[in-house]
Ligand binder design. Structure first.
Ligand code: GTP
Length: 391
C-alpha cells in the first residue's frame, strides 16, 4: 500500500501536469482558466508542504500548507464561477481562506485540537465543492453542448462534499479517529487520497468545460454570420439540403424565401456604412422574430438573405413573408429621411427540385418584386401568371 507521503507526492505531480495543460490552454482567453492555473500552483505547493510536514517547522507544515490548499480551493471556485459567467465573488472566497487559516492557528497554538482543525478544514472544503456544485447545476439549462462534463463535475463535487462531511462527523463522534493527517490508517489514507485528488479532478472537469465552450464558440463562428448573427450561407444550404430530402421523402410542402434589403447602397452612401450594418442586423432580428424556430434564416451574401420554411404551403409562406416585410418597414429605424424596406421572392418545392432550381425561381420572383417597386412580396405563381399574360 502507498504511504501518505507517496499519495501526496503523486497528487503534487498530477497538479503539475494539470498546470502544464492549463498553461498551454491559457491563450484561448477562456474566463476561469487563469484561476484554475493559479489553483494548481497553490495546490502543488500545498501538497509538497503536506508531504514533508514531518520534516518542516510547524508554521509552514500546518498554517502554510492549509492556507495554500484553501487558496487552491478558493481559486478553483472562482475559476468555475468565471467559466460559467457567474459573479466570481473573489473577495468572499479569499476572506473565507483568511477565516479558515485563523481558526487553524487558534486550534493549533491556543486550543490545540487536531479534531477541531480537521472539522473546520472539512467544512471549508465541503463548502467549496458545494459552491461549484450549485454553479454547475444552475448553469445546466443554458449549457450549449453535451452535458457530460457537467454531470462529471456534479458527481465529483457530491463525492468531495460528502467525503468531507463524513470525515468531519467521524472526527467529531469516533474516539478512534486519527490524530494526524499523515497517520497511515486505512480510512485516513482513503480520505487523504480522495482529498488530494480533488483538485486535479476538478481541474480536469474545468478543462472539459473549457473544451466544450471552445468547440461551441468555434461552431457558432463557423455557422453564424459575424455581423448579423444569421446563419452563414454554408450552414443554411447544408440544412436546406436536408430539409429538401425530407420534403421529397415525406411528401410534405416546403418553401424558400429570398429576402433582399432595398436600397442598401443609398443607405450606405447617405448615412454611412454603420447605418447600413444596423439595417442588416435589424432585418435579421425582425426575421428571427417573425419566423418559426424550425425555419432557417441565413445571410447568403451582401444584402441578400434566405429562409427555408419546412412543412409550409405557399399561402402560409406568403403570410409569413408579408408579416416580415411589414414588421421591418414599421420598425423604428434610425435612418433620417430613409425608410428601409425589403423585397421578398418565394418559391415552393416541387418533386424533382434541387436547391439550385428552388433558389433560382425564388430569385426570379425577387427580381419581379424589385421591378414592382420594392417593399413587396412576390411568388413564382405571380410570375407564372404574368408570363402567361405577356405571351
Ligand atoms: N453596410 C453594409 N453594406 C453592405 C454590406 N454588404 C454589402 N453591402 C453593400 O450593399 C450594397 C448592395 O448594393 P445593391 O446590390 O446595388 O443593392 P441595393 O442598393 O440594396 O439596391 P436594391 O437591392 O436594388 O434595392 C452595396 O453597395 C454593398 O457595398 C455590409 O455588410 N454592410
Amino acid at each position: 500500500m502507498l504511504s501518505t507521503k507517496e499519495v501526496l507526492l503523486i497528487a503534487a505531480l498530477l497538479s503539475f501536469v494539470m498546470f502544464l495543460v492549463l498553461y498551454s490552454a491559457r491563450h484561448n482567453r477562456i474566463d476561469g482558466i487563469g484561476e484554475l492555473l493559479l489553483a494548481n500552483v497553490f495546490g502543488l505547493c500545498a501538497y509538497l508542504l503536506y508531504a514533508f510536514g514531518r520534516e518542516l517547522p510547524p508554521l509552514p507544515a500546518y498554517e502554510g500548507a492549509n492556507a495554500l490548499y484553501a487558496s487552491a480551493a478558493a481559486a478553483t471556485v472562482i475559476g468555475y464561477r468565471k467559466l460559467f459567467n457567474r459573479n466570481a465573488a473573489v473577495w468572499q472566497a479569499y476572506s473565507a481562506v483568511v477565516v479558515l487559516v485563523t481558526l487553524i492557528a487558534v486550534f493549533h497554538y491556543w486550543y490545540p485540537s487536531f479534531a477541531a482543525r480537521t472539522i473546520v478544514v472539512s467544512i471549508f472544503q465541503a463548502g467549496a465543492a458545494g459552491t461549484i456544485f450549485w454553479t454547475v447545476y444552475g448553469a445546466r439549462n443554458e449549457w450549449p453542448s453535451s452535458r457530460y462534463p457537467l454531470y462529471f463535475i456534479i458527481a465529483m463535487c457530491t463525492f468531495i462534499a460528502g467525503g468531507h462531511a463524513f470525515r468531519a462527523l467521524r472526527q467529531l463522534l469516533d474516539t478512534h479517529a486519527p490524530t494526524s493527517l499523515l497517520e497511515p490508517t486505512g480510512l485516513n489514507l482513503f480520505f487523504l487520497s480522495a482529498g488530494a485528488f480533488a483538485l486535479p479532478v476538478l481541474t480536469l472537469g474545468g478543462l472539459l468545460v473549457a473544451h466544450c465552450a471552445l468547440l461551441s464558440a468555434a461552431e457558432y463562428a463557423a455557422n453564424r454570420d459575424f455581423l448579423t448573427g444569421a446563419r452563414t450561407r454554408r450552414a443554411l444550404f447544408d440544412g436546406a439540403e436536408r430539409e429538401l430530402a425530407r420534403a421529397m421523402r415525406a411528401k410534405v410542402s416546403l418553401c424558400v424565401m429570398l429576402v433582399d434589403l432595398d436600397h442598401l447602397k443609398t443607405i450606405n452612401d447617405k448615412l454611412g456604412h454603420f447605418a447600413g450594418d444596423r439595417a442588416l442586423t435589424t432585418l435579421t432580428r425582425v426575421a428571427m422574430k417573425c419566423l418559426r424556430s424550425v425555419d432557417d434564416f441565413g445571410r447568403i451574401g451582401g444584402d441578400e438573405f434566405a429562409a427555408v420554411i419546412p412543412d409550409t404551403d405557399l399561402d402560409d409562406a406568403i403570410k409569413a413573408a408579408t408579416r416580415l416585410k411589414n414588421e421591418f418597414y414599421n420598425f423604428p429605424h434610425q435612418c433620417q429621411g430613409i425608410r428601409p424596406s425589403v423585397s421578398i421572392g418565394i418559391s415552393k418545392f416541387r418533386p424533382g427540385d434541387s436547391l439550385g432550381t428552388l433558389l433560382e425561381r425564388a430569385d426570379t420572383a425577387l427580381y419581379r418584386a424589385k421591378d414592382a417597386g420594392r417593399n413587396c412580396v412576390m411568388t413564382e405563381e405571380d410570375i407564372v401568371e404574368r408570363v402567361a399574360l405577356q405571351s
